[in-house]
Design a binder for this molecule. Sequence first.
Ligand code: CMP
Length: 140
Amino acid sequence: MSGNRTFTMIKPDAVKAGHIGAILADIAAGGFKIVAMKYTKLSAEKAGEFYAVHSARPFYGELVDFMSSGPIVAAILEKENAVSDFRTLIGATNPADAAPGTIRAKFAKSIGENAVHGSDSDENAAIESAFHFAGTEIFS
Ligand code: CMP
């Protein structure tokens, strides 16, 4: 069913700071079901590919370096209105603008090191999920 899945990554800053468990607890409390998950590390090449849409931005190099700097948790989450509800749960990209209680307000350090990624559309959720997971790794 379209609209019921999103893709997330717990980014290297949050993994390094020991926030995996707390972030997964917030995700579960938000009503999301984990249908795929892996603890992995992106090469610089893979991080560049994942964020290719931002390749013209001045922060692209910094983003690729950061996202390949340490392990991440990648996951596919299921819930009605998953993309939109997950973006509400994580808060604004810049933690300075993130609503109190959101994952970024609680765990993000800066606009670059912002703890989690969340897909911005159903189309990108599908593309990003397929980037990280084979069909045989998804269990609904
Ligand atoms: P994310 O939601 O993963 O998608 C793109 C990422 O680019 C974003 O989170 C931020 O981590 C990063 N980003 C966006 N704007 C900036 C910025 N001005 N400076 C550094 N990184 C940024």
